[in-house]
Ligand binder design. Structure first.
Ligand SMILES: Nc1nc2c(ncn2[C@@H]2O[C@H](COP(=O)(O)OP(=O)(O)OP(=O)(O)O)[C@@H](O)[C@H]2O)c(=O)[nH]1
Ligand SMILES: [Mg+2]
Length: 443
């Protein structure tokens, strides 16, 4: 995307490809009203009012539509915007878009509407990124937290931190520039201020782990020896008869994967029971896959049969998982009340303990539980915050060592630049293009 093209008039279909109740075509730019004027039967628009009429190509009626006019700067992009709501058939939508393009609009690129909104200062970069997050969120929980950024919570916090840094920079600079009139700030005051700002940044960064998990999801492998109830647990968690369950040891041979929405997106993996001696070639291959899944997973559910207790074969598997992130599960609690102290007692057969297991699972991987997440960040934003923090840590150290304030101010300035990169105040074309690449056409 080229900055020079920014202000021509763009158009795209905003609704998903396919047949639906309505289709929406969006036009944004100086010529939006001129273009619709040539195609619509009632082009006398007023702000805040929709018009009902026909899209026509010369004399031919194309579709009966509703037009929503938005007058600059009061629109999503900050430009003149026309939204055409037509009937939602693939071909009618395509025909109208083609007419709009023939009459002077250019096909929009991915994310170009939101990019214009950002360039026209309708939103900062964290809000623009939230738009993509909401569209692509894999769970309803992530959609909920992304809305916080859309409404500006990360932007406000970043601006607050930036103001704090700017204030201290002004004091340092005044002391340097006007040594006769302004006393340079005390080193104790600098130390204390830098510590406070760093802890504010840490607060935002504390949500990084949960943000990343909400965005990317985690993989959870169910492992254990044969017949302990792994596939039964897999089915119970999914609430679906997905995997074959029998009382024959060695039932599961292949690795089964399903996605599960636990607030965080989970890829749940059922594996073949691990045992040392297997005469069966297929089962032996399955066991190799199990060990691989065990190594690759973010979290392991190690299952044993509580009615049988921990046996030599269980011990062998425990050795494989002990250095990993795992939860020990005592299954078949309907048959016994015995279980290891650190195990969660469940019955995959009756469903007992399954909800507790889900809660434990979330607590095990998320430092902050999704519903308590105050700030959601992506890796780009986390890197900017991390850069700002490192610069302030340098400034803190220099203040503790009572170095020249001139030198301290250099680090303070780079902390500000890092935050400006986060909000998009200071950003290169490459980074911008990279961000909007991940949008869909029409947004
Ligand atoms: N009583 C009781 N039986 C269970 C429970 N969970 C599983 N079973 C039974 O244990 C047997 C083995 O269950 P599976 O889920 O196939 O066990 P698995 O660990 O997947 O076995 P493999 O795939 O062979 O490794 C079946 O007969 C299940 O009905 C439970 O919580 N209570
Ligand atoms: Mg199985």
């Amino acid at each position: 995307m080229n900055i020079i093209d920014e202000f021509d008039t763009i158009a795209a279909v905003a609704t998903p490809f396919g047949n639906g109740g309505v289709g929406v075509i969006r036009i944004s730019g100086d010529k939006a009203f001129e273009i619709i004027g040539k195609l619509f039967t009632k082009p006398n628009f007023e702000p805040g009012k929709f018009n009902h009429g026909w899209i026509v190509n010369n004399e031919t009626k194309i579709d009966e539509v509703i037009i929503l006019p938005f007058f600059a700067p009061n629109s999503y992009t900050g430009e003149n915007v026309i939204e055409i709501q037509c009937h939602g058939g693939v071909n009618v939508v395509k025909n109208i878009l083609n007419l709009v393009l023939k009459n002077g609009a250019r096909m929009a690129e991915k994310g170009e509407f939101t990019k214009r909104a950002f360039l026209n200062k309708k939103m900062d970069l964290s809000q623009a990124e939230a738009v993509a997050d909401i569209i692509h969120s894999k769970t309803s929980e992530f959609a909920k937290v992304s809305v916080k950024n859309l409404s500006g919570s990360l932007k406000e916090k970043t601006n607050e931190i930036r103001n704090d840094i700017f204030e201290i920079l002004s004091k340092i600079t005044a002391g340097i520039d006007f040594p006769e009139d302004v006393k340079e700030p005390e080193y104790e005051y600098l130390t204390e201020t830098f510590e406070n700002i760093i802890s504010k940044i840490d607060k935002v960064l504390s949500g990084a782990n949960t943000s990343n998990i909400l965005r990317q999801g985690i993989s959870v492998a169910i492992v254990g020896k044969p017949n302990v109830g792994k596939s039964s647990l897999f089915n119970a968690l999914l609430n679906l008869d997905r995997a074959i369950v029998t009382d024959i040891a060695g039932t599961t041979r292949d690795v089964l994967k399903e996605t599960l929405d636990l607030g965080i997106p989970v890829t749940l993996i059922d594996t073949a029971g691990i045992r040392n001696e297997s005469e069966n070639k297929v089962e032996s291959i399955g066991i190799e896959y199990s060990k691989q899944s065990l190594n690759d997973a973010d979290l392991i559910l190690f299952v044993y049969d509580a009615s049988d207790g921990i046996k030599q074969e269980d011990e062998e598997i425990l050795k494989l998982v002990k250095d990993k992130n795992y939860i020990m599960i005592a299954n078949k609690a309907d048959l016994t009340s015995n279980h290891e102290n650190n195990a969660i007692s469940i019955s995959a057969l009756t469903g007992e303990g399954i909800n507790e297991l889900k809660e434990t699972l979330i607590k095990k991987v998320c430092i902050i539980e999704p519903e308590n997440l105050e700030f959601v960040t992506n890796t780009r934003q986390q890197n900017c915050l991390q850069k700002a923090k490192s610069a302030l840590e340098q400034a803190l150290l220099a203040s503790q060592l009572r170095e020249l304030q001139d030198l301290i101010s250099i680090d303070v300035k780079s902390a500000i630049l890092a935050l400006d990169e986060l909000t998009g105040e200071l950003i290169t074309d490459d980074i911008l293009d990279n961000i909007f690449e991940h949008f869909c056409i029409g947004k």
